[in-house]
Design a protein around this ligand. Sequence first.
Ligand code: NAP
Length: 304
Amino acid sequence: MESVIITGGTGLIGTALTRLLLERGYKVTILTRRPENGSNKAVSYAHWNVDTQTIDKAAIQEADYIIHLAGANVADKRWTAARKQEIVDSRTKSSELLFTALQTIPNKVKKVISASATGYYGEFKDHAFTETDPAYTDFLGTTTKAWEDSISKVTTLNKKLVIFRTGIVLSRDGGAIKEFYKPLRFGFATVLGSGEQFVPWIHIHDIVRLYFNAIVNDKLEGVYNAVSPNPVTNRELIHSMGRIAKGGSFMTTYVPTFALKIALGEMSIEVLKSVKASASKIQQTGFQFSYPTIDEAMEQLFSR
Ligand SMILES: NC(=O)c1ccc[n+]([C@@H]2O[C@H](COP(=O)([O-])OP(=O)(O)OC[C@H]3O[C@@H](n4cnc5c(N)ncnc54)[C@H](OP(=O)(O)O)[C@@H]3O)[C@@H](O)[C@H]2O)c1
């Protein structure tokens, strides 16, 4: 039985990915700051501490694959200087801890598969960003670049590496959809800013299938945009949710840009920046999205 470590496996993507890996017969070990809180009896929980750079040795010795998802949530809290530091450190220092562990602990890890984000890219102008476009110079751009650089060091240890530059993950269990849906429960489809900004998105089933694919497809290596091939604007996304979740009976309201900037501070860029990323590279590997259009994704999310 092959063994997979998932760092930050207690989160939104990790929970869904754990389910799939267990179904497919893998042993799953979640590296977490609090193994005592682990609730899934089918999973092993192992401790690590990014601040003190300590990690469970046995977990590293046993692993065939490492999936690196850990990182302080970018949308949970206002971006104070301290929070920004935590967002960066939780990613780069955790990558460094994995690198040191792989360098110093005898292991048979074949591949490391790491999250990154489409926050890597700048504002959409005339083309959908491809994987060779440079990182943007804002906070998310420099953070994702530092994150990717820090995990890329594992290739010097002869480990294969896959990085998924992930768009907004659509799930009923958390993340953006949970927030977008709140006003819709009361009949308001709330569009952010002008609503014309492009949202790079991916359905939770597809991002989980991509991670799984990176394990089973030996040839998959390098950086891939993990976004659906059909980007939509924020208004199109909210209206699709309204049509499908509410049968079309909703009223559109707008939260003006200035109000978002006051409420969210610098973090407002997360919802206001227009980013279009291309799915071509991952599609060329033969990967087929289960939910390629926003309506198909919303149908699946709201038909349970
Ligand atoms: N969800 C999205 O829309 C999306 C989009 C683009 C990229 N991503 C990236 O994909 C990864 C997984 O996303 P997700 O939505 O599953 O994230 P999530 O639900 O926020 O979970 C991330 C996990 O990281 C661990 N973590 C949090 N703060 C940490 C810290 N300061 N130091 C070390 N570990 C920490 C936590 O595990 P423990 O508490 O168990 O230690 C947490 O369960 C993240 O790196 C995220 O940035 C997500």
